[in-house]
Every structure is written in structure tokens, then in C-alpha cells.
Write a protein of this length. Structure first.
Length: 451
């Protein structure tokens, strides 16, 4: 980064950015209040609100959303008649999983081998810091040329839809000409990328009951129906022999036509063990960006340690289904529910409960905002041309915003490239990516304002 006042300013601000991200990562802001204190999320929200006020934002507010969490809003006025840009991030994070599996404490930002490690460093507390850096660089070099709205969600990772419903109830609040979602990522470090599609998502809890209570497996096993065995058969029905997802009636999306994903590179990115096959068929890009994918997230059953020789009376599982662009998540939910019921063996009693849902998303990449972002990224990443990629994950708010503001252009950028290992142990962010993307966002705002 040189020969560019914006880039020079961002570079000078990186120590401050690291200190701020350290403070923000320290909040254990998992929006599952059965596992983590609500006070941690509230403290993170207040930290963000204070940071916005310091930057001159007006109307800063903690929005109490219908799912019981808080999102943070602020407005920074620009010149008279300027366009309005909404910048999005979220401060809630995934649970750290097995804290013992982290090389350093998950809620302590730690520098190691040129990266900053900590839960939320990339997904998506770093995204909020990226927005701050971009705005600070513009303020230091002539001012912010657009009206800026910032919204930082408090429950994105839980998929409980609080901000979506709040936005629907207050449609004027987040109205903007362009929306920058800072919760995606480059295809890999150093390759500037916008995410043009997102898979949707539905989560469902399935419970199977077969007996009034557990039974001795020696006395009753062989005739008494085993609820855990029934659940295993149901879950197995969701995959073909090659591992492809098979939900009755649910078809693939359109083939992926953008950036290709080399299979060997994917194996390295996913850290697939030697000798273990990838699942599914077709290109890797098709499988992860344009087709449905089911994942068993958890099973409630006796652990191996302490298990008794019993026929299990009940068992349950939590299932995630990723829904490709071009398919309706609500319809996919109905198909999944029907599939689970149809494939439950032995007349066992089955109950399903939807936990969360979000629609898939496809962007209009021919819009002026995309041209402005391509120009900005070419400066921030010299010698590189902006690429288009899909993302297998879901950001339910995207479709809500697209429906509320059909004229708004929506761009997805961010810090969650493969090495970041978001949602896994040892999540990290590349400070170089944070710096370059902050420059790109600042230059985008300037280019877009002038267009």
C-alpha cells in the first residue's frame, strides 16, 4: 500500500485496529443465552455504539429485536444530496467449540505467524473494524462523500431472524442506495472477490421416540425398537451412496458458472485427511455453492463414556440444510420435514421443529456499484482483477433487504477467506486482508459517490 493517501492512512491505523479488535474479540458474544451470558452480548453492543459515537455518528441506538437480542444502528450524514450507503456487520459469534482445541484462548486476540487469532476476528467483528478503518481514512482525506448507515447485528450466527423482522417493521430505517455486507470473504488471501450468490439455510430438530423408557438390551434387544437406531437410519436417508444430499423432491440449483475451485486446493482448504474422499459429484463449486447440502450438526444420545447396555427410548438430532440459489427455503423446509417423516422406520413417533431459516441470495453484478467496487479493488490489490464467487453459507438479512429495497445494490465482501477457518477452532484474520479491504471499501465509497 503506497502512493495513495487513503492506503497510507489505513496503514497508519492498523495498530489501533488491532487494539480495537482485541477489545471486541474479548466479549464472549454468542447469542445463545443458554450457553453464554446475555451480558457479554450487551457489552459488545455497547462497545460498538460507543465506537460509532466517537466517529461522529448520529442517532446511535441499540435496537431491541424480536428474537431478544440487540442490533446497533448509527447514521453518519454526508454532503447535501449525497447517496446513502448501508454498511453491515455482526458482532455475535459462533461458540468456540472445544476451547481446549484452540492453540491460544479463543476470546483473546493473539498474533501468530502473521495472522490474528480469536473467535470473531474474521466473522464478523473484523468486518466492523474494516468499516471503521474505511471511514476514518476518508475522513482524513477530504471527508466521507456519502451518507452512511451502519447496522451491526447481534444474532446472525443463530439464524433467529431478529434483525430481519425489525427491518420489516421499520422499513425506513435501513433504506439505502447501496448496501455493503461485510460478512463474506475473498476466494483466497490476496485475490479480491465479491460474493455474488449465497445458499439459503434451514435448521430443523428431529426427535424420535419408540418406547416409554429405556430397556435392558439383553432382555429386550432384537425386538424392542431402538430410537437411536431409527434416528441413524433417518439421517442416513439424507445422503446418496456418494454422499450427495438426497431430500425427496429437492432439486439442485443452476450450475455454477463463475470462479472455479480446484479440487486439490479445496482438499487443502478443508483440511481433508489423506485417503478420505470428497462427497458428491460434479465440480467443487457446484457442490458448495449451487447444490443443497445437509449436515448433521448434533445428536442427543448417551455418550460412549458411561453408556449402559440399554435399548434407547428416544433420540434427537439437529440438522442443517443449505438451499441453493433459485430454490425457496420455505419449500425446502417442508420437503425436509416430509422426508424425515417418510423415512422414519418401524412406525416410530417422529417430531420435527424448525429452528431457523434464511433464503438464498443472488446479486445483480451488472450494477454501477459493482463497477465501482471493481475499480476500487484494482487499486487496493495492484495487478489483480476482482473475481466473483459463491458462498455456501447464508446471510438471511440479504434477502430481507433486497425485498425491502428492490432498487438498492447489494455487495458482499469481507475477511472470511479459507485460511480464516470461521466457525472452527483457531479462527483468524489476515491483517493484510483487513488493510487492503478497508482501502478498497474507502475507495469504493469515493468512486460510487462520484458516479
Amino acid at each position: 500500500m503506497s502512493s495513495n493517501p487513503v492506503a497510507e492512512t489505513v496503514a497508519s491505523l492498523m495498530p489501533r485496529a488491532k487494539a480495537e479488535l482485541t477489545e471486541l474479540v474479548a466479549f464472549r458474544s454468542v447469542a445463545d443465552f443458554d450457553q453464554f451470558p446475555r451480558s457479554e452480548s450487551e457489552a459488545a453492543a455497547n462497545w460498538i455504539a460507543a465506537a460509532l459515537r466517537v466517529e461522529g455518528f448520529e442517532d446511535v441506538a441499540l435496537l431491541d429485536t424480536p428474537d431478544g437480542t440487540q442490533s446497533v444502528y448509527g447514521f453518519l450524514p454526508g454532503p447535501a444530496g449525497a447517496k446513502t450507503v448501508l454498511l453491515y456487520a455482526h458482532y455475535d459469534v459462533q461458540p468456540p467449540l472445544d476451547e481446549a482445541g484452540w492453540d491460544t484462548p479463543p476470546f483473546e486476540l493473539t498474533e501468530r505467524d502473521g495472522r490474528w487469532y480469536g473467535r470473531g476476528a474474521a466473522d464478523c467483528k473484523g468486518g466492523f473494524i474494516m468499516h471503521l478503518l474505511a471511514l476514518r481514512a476518508l475522513k482524513a482525506d477530504g471527508g466521507v462523500p456519502v451518507n452512511v448507515k451502519v447496522i451491526v447485528e447481534g444474532s446472525e450466527e443463530q439464524g433467529t431472524g431478529g434483525l430481519e423482522r425489525y427491518a420489516e417493521q421499520h422499513p425506513e430505517l435501513l433504506a439505502a442506495d447501496t448496501i455493503v455486507i461485510g460478512d463474506a470473504g475473498n476466494f483466497r488471501v490476496g485475490l479480491p472477490t465479491v460474493t455474488s450468490t449465497l445458499r439459503g439455510m434451514t435448521m430443523m430438530r428431529v426427535t424420535i421416540d419408540t418406547l416409554a423408557g429405556n430397556l435392558h438390551s439383553g432382555q429386550f434387544g432384537g425386538a424392542a425398537p431402538d430410537a437411536l437406531g431409527a434416528l441413524i437410519r433417518v439421517l442416513d436417508s439424507l445422503r446418496a451412496e456418494d454422499g450427495s444430499t438426497t431430500v425427496d423432491g429437492l432439486t439442485d440449483g443452476e450450475p455454477w458458472e463463475g470462479l472455479t475451485y480446484d479440487e486439490e486446493q479445496f482438499r487443502r482448504d478443508a483440511k481433508v485427511l489423506d485417503g478420505v474422499e470428497l462427497i458428491g459429484s460434479g465440480t467443487v463449486a457446484d457442490r458448495i455453492w449451487a447444490r443443497p447440502a445437509v449436515t448433521v450438526l448434533g445428536i442427543d444420545c448417551p455418550p460412549v463414556v458411561g453408556a449402559t447396555p440399554s435399548v434407547q427410548a428416544g433420540a434427537r438430532a439437529l440438522i442443517s440444510l443449505r438451499v441453493p440459489p433459485g430454490r425457496d427455503a420455505a419449500e425446502a423446509t417442508k420437503l425436509l420435514e416430509a422426508h424425515l417423516e417418510a423415512h422414519t422406520p418401524w412406525g416410530a413417533r417422529v417430531r420435527t421443529e424448525q429452528i431457523g431459516q434464511g433464503q438464498p441470495f443472488s446479486a445483480d453484478t451488472t450494477s454501477p456499484a459493482y463497477a465501482a467496487m471493481a475499480e476500487a479493488m484494482a487499486v487496493a490489490y495492484p495487478g489483480q482483477e476482482m473475481q466473483y464467487a459463491g458462498q455456501g453459507g447464508s446471510i438471511p438479512l440479504c434477502n430481507t433487504l433486497a425485498a425491502l429495497y428492490p432498487r438498492a445494490e447489494i455487495l458482499l465482501i469481507g475477511l472470511s477467506e479459507p485460511e480464516a477457518q470461521i466457525h472452527a477452532v483457531n479462527e483468524s484474520v489476515s491483517p493484510e486482508e483487513l488493510e487492503r479491504l478497508s482501502v478498497a471499501e474507502a475507495l469504493f465509497l469515493r468512486t460510487y459517490a462520484a458516479g
